[in-house]
Design a protein. Sequence first.
Length: 125
Amino acid sequence: MTLPARTIYGVCGVCACMAGGFGFSPSDRHRPIWVCDDPDCLTIARTSYAMRQIQWNELEIEAIRQAGSSAGEFLEKLGKFNLVELTEHEWGDFCKHMVASYRSQLAFLVASYQSKLNGTSQPPF
C-alpha cells in the first residue's frame, strides 16, 4: 500500500517544507497530515483534510501557476527577464515573492473550494 503524499512524515503536507512534528487528524483512527511550524499550514491542513488527493493536486497546480504568473510580474517590475541577471538580493526577493504568492494562492483556493462545498459563494476572507 502506498501512502498519499500528504501523509508522509517529515514533509509538510501543505507547503512541502520540512515538517516540524506537527500534524492534524480528525481522530486517532486517521492518518495525520504532517505540517511545518507555520500556523497557516496547520489551518489549511484542517480545512482540506477530507479533500480527495486528486482535488488537492488540482488546487496545488493552480496555485503554482498563479505564483509563477506573480513571479513573472515581479521580474517585469525589475525590468529583468533572465534569472541569471538577478543580483543576490533580487534573487532572494524573487524567491520569497514566489513562495509567498504560492502559499497565499493555495490558502485562497482551499478556502474557495470549501466555500463551494458549504454552499457559500465567497471564501471567508
